[in-house]
Design a protein around this ligand. Sequence first.
Ligand code: GDP
Ligand code: GDP
Length: 479
Amino acid sequence: SQDTDSVQSNAPKMLKRVARQARPTVAIIGRPNVGKSTLVNRLCDAGRGGAIAVDEVGVTRDRVYQRAEWCGRVFDVVDTGGLLFDDEESDQFLAEIREQASLALRESCAVVVVVDGRTGIVRTDEDIAAFLRKWPSQIETVLAVNKCESPEREPEMVADFWPLGLGEPLPCSAIHGYGVAEVLDAVLPAVDNAIELRRQQIEQLDAQEAIPRINVALLGRPNVGKSSLMNRFLGPGEQRSIVSDVAGTTRDAVDAELDVDGAIFRFVDTAGVRRKARVKDGTETQMVGRALKAAKLADVVLLVVDATAEITDQDAMLAQRIADDGRACVVLANKWDIYEGKDEGSTREVLKVLRETLTAVSWAEVVFCSAETGQRCLKVYDAVKRARESHHHRVSTATLNEVIRDAMLWQPPPATAAGKNAGKVYFVSQTGIAPPTFVCMCNDPKAFPKNYRRFLERKLRESMPFTGTPVRFVFRARR
Ligand code: GDP
Ligand code: GDP
């Protein structure tokens, strides 16, 4: 049990999809009537030479985003307005702001605090400043003193706001457009940082997306522990984001991706496995039908059996389906934690039974594991990787022909029923992968009975890494 899942830096991480097109966001905050919406319209106008058109207004939840462009940078401006209350109700305001403004701030790289230069500091301004000073993460703060239209009064209007402790107060007039450029200039470094960060993330995630997925499905009789294993593999745990153009979450509910030390496992149709555990909908036949369909889509099927129960015809039938579908396979002998009277020979004994009953996947690795304790669950990942490699393995033609020639010398094919031509193979070549497929050009396919074909496969497996994958032999008469 020393190889139980533990918290470690290279522990598998579940991949979460995030939208690729997200732009940096700048939040606008301030009490009512200081001119936030006027300023937002101004900010979003500025780059377009003062054109009034406000295109592309997106409403997400309660917040309104508008697109701004400044010095070639594109970002969203979100007005947290409409969420604030009057000065007298500042307690209520604080409660509300935590809920709504926090959502907006959390996704923002900068925040513009708008105050009214004509009224000077009021209590709510101080509340907002206190709230922002306590903000847990790095967020650039710009203080815009709005309604500064009279140049002669400006210096004193601005000076009034230094005590807020939010940095240099920048005078502006949203209505007239004065000072707006300076406010935009002040948020620019934060926007640039956010854009650069995003670029790096996307680059990283693009590289990740380029990694071919290993499609994995769980198959097994009811109650062998499929959903328990799935939960063991997929979470809880740290989630790592992945960028995707796929909108929505429909796909996520069905397929889950796991980053296992750089190899990405896609668990096909997790909903099918997980849902069953929650609500017993659909008949068992429907379940099996759905599971078999998922297995067909997989590169590697995890055939789960209950190591503490008898291995049945149903288990054998599922094994046969995996082999017939040409899928790679790892057998999980689950519930090993509660195997009765376990001793040194137990693994060997159970393995023997599994080999005798699951003959169709005799080439599959068997991992004795426990979804309950996590015992050897990490070993499953390596077995899956090996099976996937075998499934895609290519053998050189020279090696292939040498192996088959040696095998036939060692044990020639039996004479045919007709008693004439003994089987001869002229040439073997690998024509495909997943599963590896070999075409044997011969004198007469009928001269190679089933058991002799099995013998050739066994010899091939003895000299090559085909653990975990079925292989196909096709015999063709050379004309
Ligand atoms: P919000 O509640 O903070 O979004 O404020 P609004 O943008 O709705 O503006 C509140 C009031 O202040 C409106 O009557 C605006 O016309 C006015 N206002 C906005 N900006 C300025 C400005 O720069 N100067 C002056 N004098 N009034 C402004
Ligand atoms: P499924 O029908 O194949 O999805 O099986 P479940 O995951 O629902 O498990 C069936 C029952 O077996 C549940 O009561 C699980 O708690 C239990 N179980 C699953 N895996 C293990 C295991 O490794 N050890 C033990 N002791 N119980 C397990």
